[in-house]
Design a protein. Structure first.
Length: 95
């Protein structure tokens, strides 16, 4: 990302909730994900974070603090219109 020569960079993160895998969840998973998000931002990217989780909890606040834009959706169908709107805003130079 750092050497591609583009003036503006965007990193879209689409998540289905709190990070987890077998034997990997909780604070460690949240901290690792936040670290990766921070690396994207430090590299010069604007982070756009879309989360789909009807039971959204504290992790969303941790992740959204890293983002240029963050929104949680209780229903995945809500995301479709918002993603289109965000891309149009970027193309128009509003984000």
């Amino acid at each position: 990302m750092e050497r591609d020569g583009f003036r503006r960079r965007y990193f879209f993160m689409l998540s289905d909730g709190a990070p987890n895998a077998p034997n990997y969840d909780g604070e460690d998973a949240v901290a690792d994900t936040a670290m990766a998000m921070n690396e994207a931002v430090r590299s010069g990217a604007q982070l756009i974070y879309f989360n789909v989780d009807p039971l959204c909890s504290d992790y969303f606040g941790v992740f959204s603090s890293q983002a240029t834009y963050a929104e949680n959706f209780a229903n995945p169908a809500e995301l479709i219109g918002k993603a289109r709107e965000m891309v149009l805003s970027i193309v128009a130079g509003e984000v």
